[in-house]
Design a protein. Structure first.
Length: 141
């Protein structure tokens, strides 16, 4: 989770939204990313999508051994990528400030672990307070 938090801090320092993600296979980080919608002018570069993109093409057998860490509960788009690629475990830094479709992801057999990591919560609470217009854009409000 610390590597995902590091990615979230990087995104904030770049003027973006402080959400980070890492993809781990067999105990090794194979992909890292952070929300880059602002930096890239992108509609899809949420942290998890950016992380998967940075991991590059992987065989299905690799994804099935992975854990995806995200500092924030993944949205429907990012949760869909977890399901599409058969990633069996998702570790969520926090869902206090935003909760994606965790129950649905669980119902599809994914082991979802919630941490309520204090720094993940603080990063998002501070960001939402300071940049509500950008946060609302990110979640489609």
């Amino acid at each position: 989770m610390e590597a995902a938090v590091e990615e979230a801090r990087k995104g904030l320092a770049e003027g973006g939204i402080p959400i980070g993600s890492v993809l781990v296979c067999d105990g090794k980080i194979i992909g890292r990313g952070h929300n880059q919608r602002v930096q890239h002018g992108s509609v899809i570069h949420h942290a998890e999508m950016n992380c998967l993109e940075n991991a590059g093409r992987q065989k299905a057998s690799v994804y099935k051994r992975c854990t995806l860490y995200s500092t924030l509960s993944p949205c429907p788009m990012c949760s869909g990528a977890v399901l599409l690629y058969g990633i069996p475990k998702l570790i969520v830094g926090e869902n206090k400030t935003f909760q994606g479709p965790e129950a649905y992801v669980r119902s599809q057999g994914v082991d979802v672990e919630l941490r309520q990591h204090p720094e993940c919560v603080k990063l998002m609470e501070d960001f939402i307070r300071d940049r509500p217009e950008l946060w609302n854009e990110d979640i489609g409000v």
